[in-house]
Design a protein around this ligand. Structure first.
Ligand code: UFG
Length: 350
């Protein structure tokens, strides 16, 4: 499978949503993505461009063996727990996987001389802080995570930065805003179980096979009272990882970079966009706020352009929704694939 000149990159969590899209981008740029994933939430079918090693980040021996076998030139580290709500009830588990798991990875990288890391961080490190609702967020903004999930991402960033200073590791932490959409090939897409994200839930509601969507809160201090988010196409996110992997940085550098489009869309604007794409209005009701939701998270994307030469190319809301809809109608794996009753092919007649 591996050509002599094809450098390996270890992709922890490469069977997950953003990991799989990045593995495809690595393949297209001549790297061999070696996926290390415990398949607790990722899909075996999403691993198409290189080998899969089924293993848990907490198992240092398994990580060590994976690195010794494949001799990666770099690691892209996605593996971790991501559900904000779950983190509030099981913070210990989140620290064990997201923080202690990252310690294991850093130790193995140091032991075996892997000197380059790209880390999946999150806009969750910011929380709402003292920002106004229409202010974009630069990397220097206050860090005030609103959940244990955000705490673990920030703690992992600090630890990685310290490892860079101490041992000459070079690392880029990418702070994602709202990943959405799917690869236009239809081979890979979003398959969370249970699904909690707005765009797939709005599509399911419009296609009539999910529950009506609940809009979480209508009394935020935002233009239409609904939360504002910066939706970034997963293909753009994957490209940001390639840029972070290959950018010329001095040994020991640590950089944290926002990955967003710089444009905010409210939940109600997303509901309208999904309705336009499907051709029927999204059935929805206004409900209470969801705990821990900051009113507004919109990136200032300037640092990504300056440092990485990256800017979103496919993150117009209508393009994101069109690609997400194509996937939800014909998912290649996940619950909608296994259970035809969950197939989201055609809208409910209205
Ligand atoms: N929303 C609804 N109804 C739903 C689902 C979501 O109104 O049924 C709203 C949320 O309140 C939020 C927006 O839609 O305002 C987007 O919600 P998502 O759940 O799709 O995404 P989040 O912004 O909550 O989460 C994202 C990432 C997380 C990350 C978080 C940081 O998916 O991994 O940003 O705040 F932790």
């Amino acid at each position: 499978m591996k050509a002599a000149s094809q450098p390996s990159v270890l992709v922890t969590g490469g069977a997950g949503y953003i990991g799989a899209h990045t593995a495809k981008a690595l393949h297209e740029r001549g790297f061999l993505p070696v996926v290390f994933d415990d398949l607790s939430s990722g899909s075996r079918e999403a691993v198409r461009w290189g080998p899969l090693i089924q293993g848990d980040l907490r198992d240092r021996a398994a990580l060590s063996e994976a690195v010794a076998t494949h001799q990666p030139v770099a690691v892209i580290h996605f593996a971790g727990l991501i559900e904000v709500g779950r983190s509030t009830v099981s913070p210990d588990l989140f620290w064990e996987v997201n923080v202690a798991g990252t310690v294991n990875l850093l130790t193995v990288m140091r032991e075996q001389g892997v000197e380059r890391l790209v880390f999946s961080s999150s806009a969750a490190v910011y929380g709402q802080g003292g920002r106004g609702p229409l202010e974009t967020i630069a990397e220097t903004a206050d860090k005030a995570p609103a959940s244990p999930y955000g705490d673990t991402k920030l703690a992992a960033e600090w630890m990685i930065a310290a490892q860079c200073r101490a041992h000459g590791l070079t690392a880029v932490a990418l702070r994602y805003f709202n990943a959405a959409g799917a690869d236009p090939s239809g081979l890979i897409g979003e398959a969370h179980e249970p699904e909690t994200h707005l765009i797939p839930l709005a599509i399911a509601a419009a296609l009539g096979d999910g529950k009506p969507l609940t809009v979480f809160g209508h009394d935020f201090d935002t233009p239409d009272g609904a939360c504002l988010r910066d939706y970034v196409h997963v293909t753009d996110l994957a490209a940001a990882h390639l840029a972070a992997l290959t950018v010329d940085l001095p040994a020991g550098a640590f950089e944290a970079v926002n990955v967003g489009s710089g444009r905010g869309h409210s939940v109600l604007q997303v509901v309208e966009a999904v309705g336009r794409a499907v051709g029927v209005p999204v059935p929805h009701a206004i409900g209470p706020r969801r705990a821990g939701d900051p009113p507004s998270l919109v990136a200032d994307p300037r640092r990504a352009r300056e440092l990485l030469g990256w800017a979103a190319q496919h993150s117009a809301l209508d393009e994101i929704v069109a690609d997400a809809l194509r996937w939800e109608r014909e998912p290649a794996y996940g619950a909608g694939h296994r259970d035809p009753a969950n197939r989201r092919r055609s809208p409910t007649p209205v």
